[in-house]
Design a protein around this ligand. Structure first.
Ligand code: SAH
Ligand code: SF4
Length: 380
């Protein structure tokens, strides 16, 4: 299926169908249009944007810089909705996971990982994933659809609600970095992801710097250049294998976009030569891709690319067909990369006890009844 066909087949429900209309997820220009349509001056849109994305207001009544009549008119027409939290879990290591229920009862997961110097929010871009990487639990979920821009942005807003981040000083915030490494393949949902990231980066709102955002792809080669040129965010590539033969099995999209094309797209990634390294993710699988010969081949493959390698200990899930490489094998692998002057941190598994670790996310969404689907996608 082409990227375009994918976009059509897995479109999110039309949000416009819902009344009152949700303002979360509108671009700055769309918000300006909505305000203009109410006969209000343009600066009201800026004020509203500030309340929604800078202050985190969820209620028009709290927007005290707006006139009472305007607030009342807004409340008649619009809401500032977040998805419902179906379950919230906290790991012994401080990682938190929220299972969010969307308007059509589909569910997605968002994970917060606190560290000493940062707090990273792992955001989902799809319900499930159409790709079927053999080691990934998300890839075994049958039901898939793209998330809307609103649903992507709302994950960040909800995390800020839950962690008390609105109004916190920049150096006290819990969510400082965003990674699109949750459920789904972000470059198979490019338009909604791009719209969401523009909202998240807007300087008068949430104002995340592109340097604090990392998009992870399994290697959707035709979309990589656009992502770099239009969004300028950091890129992570899920590599996991150094030969096409093995990568065809582990990351099946490799059959469509083999290593030669993938590495060429990495070399051409906009901004990559301005000290912006690409992160290559490499999941360590016992007896599969963890030998010294694999490490040496990886060094050769990455030659000439400003790169760092994230070695991810495989996170097991029930019924997974692989085992995690031994600590010794991981250490040996890292040493070979380090000797070739490649940074190769071993990612500490976080949130394993609540199934929140890399590749473990998988909701138990139910299939929608046709009547529910029709209701949600009905035009306004
Ligand atoms: N679809 C995108 C982003 C989501 S996956 C992608 O594949 O890049 C985020 C990362 O988790 C990817 O590097 C993925 O390969 C890795 N991953 C998936 N399953 C895993 C598992 N069971 N253990 C460790 N990492 C896993
Ligand atoms: Fe999809 Fe990424 Fe999981 Fe592969 S690793 S199935 S691309 S979410």
């Amino acid at each position: 299926m082409s990227t375009l066909e994918h976009v059509r087949a897995f479109a999110p429900p039309v949000e416009d169908g819902a009344r009152p209309r949700n303002l979360v997820g509108l671009s700055r220009a769309e918000l300006a249009e909505a305000v203009a349509a109410m006969g209000e001056p343009a600066f009201r849109a800026r004020q509203l944007w500030h309340w929604i994305y800078h202050r985190g207001a969820t209620d028009f009544a709290a927007m005290t810089s707006l006139s009472k009549t305007f607030r009342a008119r807004l409340a008649e027409r619009f809401t500032i909705r977040r998805p419902a939290v179906a379950t919230a879990q906290a790991s012994v290591d401080g990682t938190r996971k929220w299972l969010l229920r969307l308007g059509d009862a589909q569910e997605i997961e968002t994970v917060h990982i606190p560290d000493d110097d940062r707090g990273t929010l792992c955001v989902s871009s799809q319900v499930g994933c159409t790709l079927t990487c053999r080691f990934c639990h998300t890839g075994t979920q049958r039901l898939v659809r793209n998330l809307s821009a609103a649903e992507i942005v709302a994950q960040v807003m909800l995390a800020r609600d839950e962690l008390g981040d609105w109004g916190a000083r920049a150096d006290e915030r819990q969510v400082t970095n965003l990674v699109l490494m949750g459920m789904g393949e972000p470059l198979y949902n490019y338009d909604n992801v791009a719209k969401a990231l523009r909202i998240l980066m807007h300087p008068e709102g949430l104002s995340f710097s592109k340097r604090k955002i990392t998009l992870s792809t399994s290697g959707v080669v035709p979309m990589m250049a656009r992502c770099g040129a239009e969004l300028g965010v950091n890129l992570a590539v899920s590599l996991h294998a150094v030969s096409d033969e093995l990568r065809d099995v582990l990351v099946p999209i490799n059959r469509k976009y083999p290593l030669r094309e993938l590495m060429a797209a990495c070399r051409a990634y906009p901004g990559v030569h301005n000290a912006r390294r690409i992160t290559f993710e490499y999941v360590m699988l016992k007896g599969v891709n963890d030998s010294p010969a694999d490490a040496r081949a990886l060094v050769r493959l990455l030659e000439g690319i400003p790169a760092k390698v994230n070695l991810i200990p495989f996170n097991p899930w029930p019924g997974a067909p692989y085992e995690c490489a031994s600590a010794m094998a991981i250490e040996r692998f890292a040493r070979i990369l380090n000797e070739a002057h490649l940074a190769a941190p071993v990612r500490a598994p976080r949130g394993r006890d609540i199934m929140a670790a890399c590749g473990q996310l998988r909701s138990a969404s139910r299939r929608l009844k046709k009547s529910e689907r029709d209701r949600l996608t009905a035009p306004a």
